[in-house]
Write a protein that binds this ligand. Structure first.
Ligand code: GLU
Length: 318
């Protein structure tokens, strides 16, 4: 266990957290862990917890999945604040942010195809893609048409202190490159939508899966370009299968079912390193949440990027 620090309890700050699932399928154990962690951290800090459906990536959105996720969360007894926010209805806000960045000269049009970037890159990015080599940074080559808009990034480290994973930093130019805000298919990128939404919704505490850790320096840089404050960040270990792959639709993760009751919520708590009092697995749902809020300790969450989850046990892998 790490020593409890002042950031384990965000004393004195009116806390607003959120859970922001992408409706690409039903809620599985991995997304339940993020929901449980963000919810308990908000409630243990006497904070608000908002829900946002991140359906901005139209090709990945599955019709009906958002409703299924909301019904599942309700069935597990999560109680959210405010009305549910849906990204596909907020496109004007993302557009306004992009226009502001265009006026400030922070973004530039890019004509490169993926193949051209792969051919010209100097390395692999933190996401596993190609580092953008800056080809269109100083203007489009003659005869080339803009496909996407990219944000300029600095050749210096953008760092932050994660409440779970500790101090982290990235040299954005060397490790990522200027990144896309408006995609070639006309869709706004996740990085822009999440930054605009967190800021405009007043979210000041982000608790989410560690698969998004490597996106955080990009989001902080973008917040700074738009004059937004940065929230605090806590990245929870993500649930993986035995092969070390994140549980997801692609890895055929099984949907969680409120009919499984408190047992699966306790498995999520256990996965997050919480010490469960004797008998907690047998309490009714109405008693589970007050008890879970009272025992929640972010300092017990293991500072791991991933952990294997099988239905039988949560086993540490790294
Ligand atoms: N929509 C993202 C996901 O489902 C989460 C984004 C975030 O929490 O910033 O993985």
């Amino acid at each position: 266990m790490r020593n409890a620090t002042p950031i384990d309890r965000l004393v004195g700050i009116p806390y607003r957290g959120r859970f922001a699932p992408s409706p690409t399928g039903p809620l599985h154990f991995g997304s339940l862990v993020a929901a449980v962690g963000s919810y308990l951290d908000a409630r243990a800090n006497r904070g608000e917890w908002w829900l946002r459906i991140e359906d901005i990536d139209e090709p990945r959105t599955v019709p009906g999945a958002a409703d299924t996720i909301l019904r599942t969360l309700e069935g597990f007894g999560f109680a959210w604040d405010g009305t549910v926010v849906t990204q596909s209805r907020r496109v004007d806000l993302y557009h306004a942010a992009l226009v502001r960045l265009q006026l400030d000269g922070e973004v530039f049009p890019c004509a490169c195809s993926r193949r051209e970037i792969d051919g010209a890159t100097t390395g692999r990015s933190v996401d596993g893609g190609a580092v953008y080599p800056g080809s269109c940074r100083n203007g489009l080559a003659a005869g080339k048409a803009a496909r996407a808009w990219r944000l300029r990034v600095p050749d210096s480290e953008v760092g932050f202190v994660d409440r779970v994973q500790g101090k982290l930093g990235q040299n954005l130019e060397r490790e990522v490159g200027d990144f896309v805000l408006l995609r070639a298919d006309g869709q706004f990128a996740y990085q822009l939508a999440v930054v605009v939404d967190d800021a405009l919704q007043g979210v000041n505490a982000v608790v989410r899966g560690a698969d998004l850790l490597c996106s955080t320096p990009r989001q902080i840089w973008l917040q700074q370009r738009l004059g937004f404050p940065s929230p605090s960040y806590a990245h929870l270990p993500v649930a993986t299968n035995i092969a070390g792959e994140k549980l997801s639709k692609q890895t055929r993760a099984k949907a969680v079912d409120p009919a499984d009751g408190v047992g699966v919520l306790c498995a999520a708590l256990d996965f997050l390193g919480q010490k469960l009092p004797d008998g907690m697995r047998g309490v009714p749902l109405a008693e589970f949440w007050p008890l879970a809020i009272s025992i929640w300790s972010l300092s017990e969450v293991p500072a791991l990027r991933g952990r294997v989850y099988t239905e039988k046990a949560a086993t540490t892998i790294c």
